[in-house]
Design a protein. Structure first.
Lengths: 612, 253
């Protein structure tokens, strides 16, 4: 039994098993009976989910370190690649596998005609994400990053409509630029400190904390990851891609793939770059600013959409902005909150994209106005959507709220003045947008007269080749999973954040804690040993309620627009109209524009580094 | 953004980036400057520990063999994605040679046929040579696999589409690609079954400079070669199926 447990605790398994199964499944893809790929993929996802949960539980006391090929460091010089499981990485990987399992159940039979190719891509996609969470080597991180990008590009274009292909092309070009930036960042930091292992890098950077090459490396690495994490001004590709990908794929994109980029930023900052003063400055200036801008821009853009998947895509930008705020504050509170919010948001957003998939399959459309009142016959999906909207707006229940309260405390402690209103705007706008769609599609509220009633989007439909309950069960499961007891979740987040922030350079490099060149690196700050603080509500406990109420109000306003007096509407069109039109115009769909914005973002990084 | 505005914004951003770029470039270590601790260490211990003379292969397949596992599946992913997109566009599912009615078949010149028949064998042989000599000289499974697949393509050039479809079977390519990639991962599991860390060598390492030196690296290299040859075979097959699309009918005004 203990031998079996030791085998199950090998961190490589949740990556190597899906890879092997993917390869074998491809090699016999033509000969597999129809349902076999579905069953195998779901079982692999569940198995990996269990393995990751086991690893995460066992890593709470100390990280689990595993060197591939047995190549442990020589005199403090890493020569191989390691996986290091911390609770943060382990639980995030577990969450990723869970989301994949739910999605594969949701899409049961949907991708039958591709002869297992779709399932191969999905489980390789999952393996890439798990590898990204567990790896402790910068180049290996890039390998898994690329694996998931390549899988994602093909999955986006699956529908093969014009919009799907142009969305996939924008996604591919922009994210490939991000990959190049990451590769450049790896090259820079390797040239400066001669290591790729996170501990080796941290050790080297501690020796040259003021080197401009290290700062440039951080800028390139974090830019590449923030392109994946869809932060202003790198966010444009997201709405184009997430709105056209097949709904089961969008569940993964919005639920996990975007957040994983932000997880990468947090991990690189705490395990590699935190000794560099300019990097610390960039976190508090540039990254915080990007998070605030994303929370606001994503929220406002979400309100303006009528294509429900596009609306959800913008709400992902907004909520990822909130996540980045939590990371950029560079505090234990902020990080603990962010880790929890990532999981909660991923579950809720995944469920909402499943509702979008149900609409596409059963109602044959995704346009809010065109489907007014059409959703009554699938009312359980409406309940899920409405509840999801309330959770996005900050309704104080479940994991999302626990994380949000921690982020709120961190904002309060850090005196970040813009961050709190930015978070509020993001919550209210995204919540209101989803609630408005719920009201219109499922309750038949808010008639729109005239030409606007016709849908401007092309005809979309997804195969309705599976029963409604099969799609509703995973949707409900994801929502329910986001509602565990707040106190336990809080404790978990706190432990995960503490472990991620804990310096472990010397122990991983085998330098010993006593004396010598590596001593002092692992000197644990006294605060790290403090037990989990008693769970306390946020400093202003009525804020979540306020956000929920405002979101409901804003949704009601949107639904009763036709009843407003003409003067009010004209006033709106004169004052807010031009701002909104300008904001929408930036989302041009032209990849050249998006690349220009990336350059602008890099220039801002450059300017702010000079003042660090 | 209008093209003019876009250009202006882009240039402005580049101008802002220029000082930062210059500053970083001027403080970077000079090209080839030592110390390069990792390379020095591997060069010092590699031959002794791994019995191979191609240190790039030692790093690719052993010291950092786990990266190569990921890269191999990245290629598999790219090929599979391309297949899904192309097959979806063509809207076909059956796996047999396609006909295009009304397209004339131009006969190949005898010289082309002769040269292709001669070269195809030699190209595949050369691919195998590059693949097998991974541990001693530059080359290996990635490079050898591509050369082998391009040798197959000579069948199309010399024998035409029908001849190509005679040698190119998607099931065979799928099996080579998926099986080769899985073989690499299974090497890791084999190590684990023997109680060793994932991908640790457990085979005899052989004599340095010998064709069959390197132990487990040889198996991994063969897996990569199979996967790459199969993957490129599928790509070529799918690309050539694209030529079966009926030509657009010319409409007379």
């Amino acid at each position: 039994m203990s031998a079996l447990l030791a085998l199950a605790l090998q961190p490589v398994l949740p990556v190597a098993i899906p890879l092997t199964v993917g390869g074998l499944m491809l090699s016999v893809s033509k000969r597999l009976p129809r349902k076999v790929p579905d069953v195998v993929a779901i079982l692999v996802a569940l198995l990996c989910c269990g393995l990751c949960a086991l690893l995460a539980t066992r890593s709470a006391a100390a990280p689990i370190v595993s060197w591939f090929g047995g190549w442990t460091p020589r005199q403090g010089q890493p020569i191989g690649i390691a996986f290091v499981v911390t609770p943060a990485g382990g639980w995030f990987a577990c969450f990723v596998c869970l989301l994949f399992a739910a999605t594969l159940v949701f899409s049961w039979g949907f991708f039958e005609k591709t002869a297992a190719h779709f399932h191969v891509l999905m489980i390789l996609f999952m393996a890439g994400m798990v590898g990204f969470c567990l790896t402790h080597d910068l180049f290996n991180l890039f390998v898994w990053f690329e694996l998931m990008s390549v899988a994602a590009f093909a999955l986006t274009g699956y529908a093969l409509r014009d919009s799907a292909l142009s969305g996939a092309l924008n996604f591919t070009v922009v994210n490939t630029i991000g990959s190049y930036l990451i590769l450049g960042g790896i090259g820079l930091v390797y040239s400066e400190v001669g290591a790729l292992d996170f501990a080796g890098l941290a050790y080297g950077i501690a020796g040259v904390p003021h080197s401009p090459v290290v700062v440039a490396s951080f800028v390139l690495l974090s830019s590449g990851l923030l392109i994946k994490g869809a932060q202003v001004p790198y966010q444009f590709w997201l709405a184009d891609a997430h709105s056209v990908a097949p709904s089961p794929v969008s569940v993964i994109f919005s639920g996990a793939m975007v957040a994983i980029g932000l997880y990468g930023v947090a991990e690189l900052y705490w395990t590699v770059f935190q000794a560099a003063p300019v990097v610390q400055h960039l976190m508090r200036s540039m990254l915080l600013g990007m998070g605030e801008a994303s929370a606001i821009v994503g929220g406002v853009m979400a309100l303006l959409q009528r294509h429900f998947k596009r609306l959800l895509a913008f709400s992902t930008v907004s909520h990822c902005g909130i996540l980045l705020i939590g990371i950029a504050l560079a505090s234990r509170q902020g990080l603990a909150g962010t880790l929890l919010y990532m999981l909660g948001h991923g579950l809720v957003k995944g469920a909402l994209f499943m509702v979008a998939g149900i609409m596409l399959a059963v109602l044959g459309g995704i346009d809010e106005i065109g489907l007014r009142g059409a959703g009554r016959r699938i009312w359980p999906a409406g309940i899920a959507m409405g509840f999801g909207g309330l959770l996005l707006a900050g309704l104080p229940v479940g994991v999302m709220d626990t994380g949000l309260e921690r982020i709120g405390t961190a904002i309060h402690d850090a005196h970040a003045r813009v961050a709190l209103p930015a978070v509020m705007i993001g919550l209210v706008c995204t919540g209101a947008a989803v609630l408005r769609v719920t009201g219109r599609v499922f309750l038949g509220l808010g008639p729109v007269a005239g030409e606007e009633e016709r849908s401007p989007t092309e005809q979309e439909r997804e195969d309705a080749n599976r029963p409604l309950w099969l799609m509703l069960v995973p949707t409900a499961a994801l929502i329910l999973l986001s509602l565990p007891i707040a106190h336990d979740a809080d404790r978990l987040g706190w432990v995960a954040a503490s472990q991620l922030m804990q310096p472990r350079t010397a122990s991983i490099l085998g330098l010993g804690l006593g004396s010598g060149p590596g001593s002092g690196l692992d000197a644990v700050p006294a605060s790290a040993l403090v037990a989990v603080p008693a769970w306390s509500p946020a400093p202003v406990s009525w804020l979540p309620w306020l956000a929920t109420a405002l979101a409901l109000g804003l949704a009601a306003l949107g639904l009763s627009w036709h009843r407003l007096p003409g003067t009010t509407i004209r006033l709106y069109e004169r004052s807010v109209g031009p701002v909104v039109a300008g904001l929408s115009a930036t989302q041009s769909g032209l990849v050249a524009d998006y690349v220009t914005w990336i350059t602008v973002g890099l220039a801002l990084f450059g300017i702010l580094s000079a003042f660090g | 953004m209008s093209p003019r505005l876009r250009r202006a914004v882009f240039l402005l951003a580049c101008v802002c980036l220029l000082p930062a770029f210059a500053h970083v470039a001027s403080t970077m270590p000079a090209f080839g400057a030592h110390p390069l601790p990792y390379g020095d260490l591997i060069n010092a211990v590699g031959v002794r520990e791994r019995h191979v003379t191609n240190m790039v292969s030692a790093i690719n397949f052993d010291y950092r063999g786990f990266d190569t596992l990921g890269e191999e599946f990245m290629m598999l992913c790219a090929v599979t994605g391309t297949t899904i997109l192309l097959r979806g566009t063509r809207g076909e599912t059956q796996d047999r040679p396609q006909r295009v009615p009304g397209r004339e078949i131009r006969p190949r010149a005898d010289a082309t046929v002769l040269i292709c028949r001669l070269l195809a064998g030699f190209t595949v042989l050369f691919g195998l040579y590059v693949l097998l000599h991974a541990m001693t000289t530059p080359g290996g499974g990635f490079q050898g696999g591509v050369i082998i697949a391009s040798g197959l393509l000579l069948a199309f050039l010399g024998e035409g589409y029908r001849g190509w479809r005679h040698v190119a079977h998607s099931e065979l390519f799928d099996a080579a690609e998926g099986g080769g990639a899985a073989l690499y991962a299974l090497c890791g599991f084999a190590s684990m079954l023997m109680g060793l860390p994932f991908l640790q060598n457990m085979l005899p390492l052989g004599k340095s400079g010998d064709l069959f030196s390197g132990g487990l690296m040889l198996v991994e290299n063969a897996g990569v070669g199979l996967a790459v040859a199969g993957g490129f075979g599928i790509l070529l097959l799918e690309f050539l199926e694209e030529t079966r699309e009926p030509e657009p009918v010319q409409e007379d005004e």
